[in-house]
Write a protein that binds this ligand. Structure first.
Ligand code: FAD
Length: 391
């Protein structure tokens, strides 16, 4: 039986481990934290991410955990529409919001009996290269496998061993996320969520649907991560977004400091030269943020991670039934590298819209968004959301 070690039990590691096990591999999932736990936040799953999850596990019951997003449009801070609601960009089903606790639960349920999870195991050494069977270790134990999957996030140790040219850099902005639980959401008649763009600031509010309840919001501002305590940062956010249309003020007022997740936004520049590497008779692959971390402008990081895992699943199935692992590892890279480059290019275009500052830049941005017909908006997102799993 083929063996795989998956390093990192975030969304991409959980998805890949389950997919490999369902394809007949024996899988060891290593996580440095003492337990596998979702951050208390949410993500938007675009149609490509939804298709990837369905391909990963058709019995995953995904539609029970996510909630289709009503279209809230795009506004200016004074509430004026830049893109009116009911104009759904892209093709395919509506994007959906999901709380990460629910998504992790579904991914963990999909691991079945074929995956051994070892927590409290921080990978510090990675062996890979010509003539060397891949292995990882924590300084005490070394574990060899046919395939090592680097799903260990933006500061990946696995990537550092096989693609040291890729570097994690600050993207020039900071983000704050929070989920306000359903029982504390302020009364917001007619609230469907939506996005608001100011000068260097952005606020996105997302209802988490009738089953989970609550509201997820993400604020973004130009600059680096802030050093202050969460309570002080929340005060700053309330000041920065004071005067913006409701319900932004009400949502910030209802948020508690302990619910705030502040972070500097980073990206990989350059990307790794490849995502798959032969190593002796086996190989190493990079997935998720370890391979292609990018700013969250288009909300695609997790969606791409699920695409990675779905692609790996289809290649791994062939290898389990006697195929060439080295060739599969190279094919993985051949399929995924151009795809993520396309999404990153669209994401950079979006960054010009989201990060516009100064009167002239804002006027140009607002006019451009104002005149975009739904069809054109759709076309902008199509290359991102139009993805189907390999057969
Ligand atoms: C503000 C914001 C909003 C976002 N919104 C969206 C969205 O709406 N839609 C979307 O699709 N994406 C979104 N994203 C992106 C998404 O959150 C990430 O792409 C995704 O979390 C990456 O998952 P991952 O499993 O690859 O990495 P991580 O979540 O970083 O997981 C890595 C795991 O590996 C473990 N690990 C790390 N190093 C080691 C080691 N040496 N040994 C063992 N274990 C290790 C870590 O503990 C962790 O559990 C957003 C991101 C941000 C910042």
């Amino acid at each position: 039986m083929r063996t795989a070690v998956v390093v990192g039990a975030g969304m991409s590691g959980l998805a890949a481990a389950g997919a490999l096990a369902r394809s007949g591999w024996r899988v060891l999932l290593l996580e440095r934290a003492e337990r596998v736990a979702a951050p208390p936040t949410a993500v938007v799953l675009w149609p490509n991410g939804q298709r990837a999850l369905a391909a990963l596990d058709p019995d995953g019951g995904w539609s029970a955990v996510w909630s289709p997003l009503p279209d809230g449009g795009v506004r200016r801070p004074d509430g004026q529409w830049l893109v009116a609601p009911h104009v759904r960009p892209g093709t395919g089903p509506a994007p959906a919001a999901v709380h990460l606790e629910d998504l992790y639960d579904a991914l963990i349920a999909g691991l079945g009996d074929g995956v051994e999870i070892r927590t409290g195991f921080e990978v510090t050494t990675v062996v890979a290269g010509e003539g060397r069977r891949p292995a990882v270790g924590d300084g005490r134990t070394v574990i060899e496998a046919d395939l090592v999957v680097g799903a260990d996030g933006i500061d990946s140790r696995v990537r550092a061993a096989v693609a040291p040219e890729a570097v994690a850099l600050g993207a020039g902005l900071a983000a704050w996320q929070a989920v306000i639980p359903g029982f504390r959401v302020p009364d917001l008649p007619g609230f469907v969520g939506g996005e608001t763009l100011g000068s260097g600031y952005r606020f996105v509010a997302i209802p988490l649907g009738p089953l989970r309840g609550g509201v997820y919001w993400v604020a973004t501002a130009a600059g680096a991560a802030r050093p202050e305590s969460p309570a002080t940062q929340l005060t700053l956010l309330r000041r920065w977004f004071a005067g913006w249309h409701e319900p932004i003020g009400a949502l910030l007022a209802a948020t508690r400091p302990e619910e705030l997740i502040p972070q500097g936004v980073r990206e990989l520049r350059p990307l790794p030269r490849a995502y798959g590497f032969r190593s002796g008779p086996g190989g190493v692959v990079l997935i998720g943020d370890a391979a292609h971390a990018m700013p969250h402008h288009l909300g695609q990081g997790a969606c791409l991670a699920f695409e990675d895992a779905a692609t790996l699943r289809s290649l791994a199935a062939g290898v389990a039934s006697g195929g060439d692992l080295g060739a599969a590892v190279e094919e993985y890279s051949r399929l995924r590298r151009p795809r993520t480059t396309t999404v990153i290019r669209q994401n950079r275009r979006m960054s010009a819209v989201v990060q516009a500052r100064g009167r002239l830049a804002l006027r140009a941005r607002d006019a451009a968004l104002n005149h975009m017909r739904p069809r054109i908006l759709g076309r902008t997102l199509d290359p991102v959301t139009d993805w189907s799993p390999p057969d």
